[in-house]
Design a protein around this ligand. Structure first.
Ligand SMILES: Cc1cc2nc3c(=O)[nH]c(=O)nc-3n(C[C@H](O)[C@H](O)[C@H](O)COP(=O)(O)O)c2cc1C
Length: 327
């Protein structure tokens, strides 16, 4: 049996397969099922910044965020259902129920609420924090560098409040991702999670209304993450976790060859059951046996751009070949 262990965010994982933040990781029972299925770590379902804001508003009797009244009602309900106090107790219970690392997750937009919660998350026993920073630029005059600075301000604020390793989960839309990645690392992140898959937007043409699009990814969506993992691996100075479109052992091997330190699984667990973690682990292990690798370190990153003697393959040449039919 090959050695599947990896280091991610400074944590030693028995294997690189992480149950990504989602509804399946929002209860102790779900976390236990992921651990039993063989996950290397679990990222808990995110606590939303708005839930923190709601609880703070209850104690301070004021809410310092400009919510639309309906949004406030929605957020209030969310806060009542699963507020920060429940979240801290979820971290504690998950930690005592399983032996694998537990990474807390916060979906945040501003640096505002961090003073209190980063420290409390650490005290609850989490092994790390994943920040899902969901800044949605809506202004027609805001410049991209000011949006990027918001990401850095969130990280700096959290970094100042806790020594826990921090991962930042970002979306795929940046004009200059390599620079943003380096800036985030300088601000103190231990890992980048590439990429978040945003809530899908769709329109029902019969009802003529806005509806939620299909929630789950397919293996065909792996390519954007794969490209950026391969470009950033070894060049940013922090770990990389692949997220989006990993459904099979083959998908996971690709991400490891590209240079991922860890691989997040979500849609495939909804579609095929949490037991899929163990199946993917076996598929990767079989592939390693077949190719003579006794540890992940032996092949991880061998197809990253920095390890390549043909770095142009990762860039424009492939695009030109595809469009001109040159071989
Ligand atoms: C039902 C559902 C709930 C999710 N909830 C969260 C969440 O609370 N926080 C988060 O950071 N990502 C959340 N995600 C995103 C996943 O963690 C993951 O990044 C994304 O689905 C892409 O991975 P996949 O292709 O393996 O599904 C959610 C995804 C799904 C499908």
């Amino acid at each position: 049996m090959p050695d599947l262990s990896v280091t991610y965010m400074g944590l030693r994982l028995e294997n690189p397969f992480i149950a990504s933040s989602c509804g399946l990781t929002g209860t102790v029972d779900g976390v236990q099922k992921c651990a039993e299925a063989g996950a290397g770590a679990v990222v808990l379902k995110s606590l939303f910044e708005e839930q923190i804001a709601h609880e703070v508003s209850q104690t301070e009797d004021s809410i310092d965020v400009d919510f639309h009244p309906e949004a406030l009602e929605y957020v209030s309900q969310m806060g009542r259902q699963h507020g920060p106090r429940e979240y801290l107790s979820l971290i504690e219970s998950a930690k005592s129920a399983v032996s694998i690392p537990i990474i807390a997750s916060v979906n945040c937009v501003t640096p505002k609420w961090w003073s209190t919660y980063a420290r409390q998350i650490a005290l609850s026993g989490a092994d790390g924090i994943e920040l899902n920073i969901s800044v949605m630029p809506r202004s027609f005059s805001e410049r991209s560098d000011s949006v990027e600075k918001e990401f850095l301000r969130v990280v700096e604020k959290v970094r100042a409040k806790t020594d826990l390793p921090i991962a930042v989960k970002i979306g795929p839309y940046f004009t200059s991702l390599p620079r943003v990645a380096v800036e985030l690392r300088k601000a103190g992140v231990s890992a980048l999670v590439l990429f978040n898959r945003f809530y899908q937007f769709d329109i029902d043409i019969e009802a003529r209304s806005i509806v939620a699009g299909y929630q789950f990814s397919t293996s065909n969506e792996i390519h954007h993450s794969l490209r950026w993992i391969s470009i950033l691996a070894g060049n940013v100075g922090c770990d990389l976790a692949a997220s989006t479109g990993v459904h099979t052992g083959e998908d996971a091997v690709k991400q490891l060859l590209a240079g991922a330190n860890a691989v997040g699984l979500c849609s495939t667990l909804y579609k095929n059951g949490i037991g899929r973690i163990g199946a993917i682990r076996s598929e990767v292990s079989d592939w390693m046996d077949a190719h003579g690798y006794d540890s992940i370190d032996r092949f991880r990153g061998t197809l990253s751009q920095s390890a390549s003697d043909k770095p142009e393959q990762h860039e424009r040449l492939q695009y030109i070949k595809a469009l001109t039919g040159l071989s």
